[in-house]
Write a protein that binds this ligand. Structure first.
Ligand SMILES: CC(C)(COP(=O)(O)OP(=O)(O)OC[C@H]1O[C@@H](n2cnc3c(N)ncnc32)[C@H](O)[C@@H]1OP(=O)(O)O)[C@@H](O)C(=O)NCCC(=O)NCCS
Length: 374
């Protein structure tokens, strides 16, 4: 039995028709479409349809999906009550994971794990993830969550539910593109975990709750919250190079850099960098963007490491007024589209995912009764 490289590096674990990453050339495709084309021309709802059904939607298919999402955005009242019941000061990640898991109980298809019911759950949960993240924030801040508007997009609703004001078109568009860029990334850790859970024929909500747990780690979606902490600690562009070099000398990891698959520039980071720059220029405050560029230079020169999706999302989200601790939860607002596509693909072609371990422990030991163990 051969043993895979540590961390399953380079292992192709299953076939999938959803998304592909070419890490050498820095190319990311969803269902055959280049991420740059989707970022430039598409919307998150269109991309969700594409990921789920394999084709870009027609006008009527898009209208139908938007209507279904709109009809399902409102959160069940007991979920809001649950959020109110948690201790004040609890960080957003555990609040989100726990509340999301509880949503399974209120889903009208709670006891139905058929593929058809799982599709309906995917629509509901994708519609509700943004409102849920915004509610987590508002309840933590001691203010009541707001009602989503069924006619508005997921991006516009999220910004409204967070800030209490509808975003202008530019702001909505930037957040919408951020959702597109985060929507899928083949067998990343959280998606793989979701598929492992689905492959036991466990239910949709269990699969997505597993994914949330994996997402929160700093080596995965947690890196964006780490990146903004770093930018704030550095404070000015002049301090960036010495700060990063000192951290590297202490063998620390710089959040938002490096990737298991990309050995070149992450195409999502290129899109986010453009948006971060444009927002900073429009707001007349280039400081976080300039600090980011200085960090990028040092990482490329000293380590040949490039930014990943989490690096320029930090300055972009800050410019949109999103607080740092919410950066990781909002990763889930986009990624739930991809998680859902993968869970449903797994159900459709299922086989239990159950690898082996390379046992390196003892064998053949003689049992000693507790009285003889000293
Ligand atoms: C993403 C990540 C987990 C990939 O890890 P991986 O494929 O297992 O790569 P490794 O951890 O084996 O790293 C390879 C080398 O690059 C270094 N490295 C990788 N990412 C680094 C980073 N962000 N900062 C500093 N050094 C880094 C490692 O220290 C290691 O150096 P060594 O060989 O001298 O020990 C890793 O790059 C990382 O920790 N990045 C920071 C967290 C992050 O941004 N995560 C979001 C990913 S989208």
């Amino acid at each position: 039995m051969s043993v895979a490289d540590k961390g399953l590096e380079g292992v192709v674990a299953a076939s999938s028709a959803i998304c592909d990453v070419d890490g050498i050339n820095g190319v990311l495709i969803y269902r055959g479409y280049d991420i740059h084309d989707l970022a430039e021309h598409s919307t998150f709802e269109e991309v969700t349809h594409l990921l789920w059904h394999g084709e870009l939607p027609t006008r009527s298919q898009l209208a139908e999906l938007r209507a279904q999402l709109g009809a399902n955005m409102a959160l069940p009242k007991p979920i809001i009550d649950l959020l109110h019941s948690f201790p004040r000061g609890t960080p957003p990640n555990p609040l989100l994971r726990t509340a999301f898991s509880a949503m399974a109980v209120y889903d009208p298809d709670r006891d139905d794990n058929s593929i058809e019911a799982s599709w309906r759950k995917a629509i509901r949960a994708t519609a509700q993830m943004g409102p849920l993240v915004a509610a987590v924030h508002r309840v933590s801040e001691g203010v009541d969550p707001l009602e989503p508007s069924p006619d508005a997009t997921i991006a516009a609703n999220f910004l409204y539910l967070l800030h209490g004001e509808w975003p202008d078109e530019v702001t909505e568009h930037v957040f919408d593109v951020a959702l597109i860029l985060h929507a899928d990334h083949e067998f990343n850790a959280s998606t793989f975990v979701a598929r492992v859970t689905a492959a036991t024929l466990s239910d949709y909500y269990s699969s997505i709750t597993s994914a949330l747990g994996a997402l929160f780690g700093p080596l995965h979606g947690g890196a964006n919250s780490g990146a903004i902490k770093m930018l704030r600690e550095i404070g000015t562009p002049e301090r960036a190079a010495p700060w990063v070099r000192a951290a590297l000398d202490r063998h620390e990891r710089i959040m938002g850099f490096g990737h298991r698959v990309y050995k070149t520039y992450d195409p999502r980071a290129a899109e986010l960098k453009k948006m971060s720059r444009a927002l900073a220029a429009a707001q007349g405050d280039m400081s976080l963007y300039e600090i980011s560029v200085e960090i990028e230079k040092v990482m490329a020169e000293d380590r040949k490491l490039f930014p990943n999706v989490d690096f320029y999302s930090a300055s972009t989200y800050t410019a949109l007024g999103v607080p740092g601790p919410l950066f990781t939860p909002i990763f889930a607002v986009g990624r739930i589209a991809g998680w859902s596509a993968h869970v449903l693909e797994q159900y459709a072609h299922n086989r239990l995912i159950r690898p082996r371990s390379d046992y390196i422990g003892h064998r053949g030991r003689t049992f000693a009764p507790i009285a003889d163990r000293g």
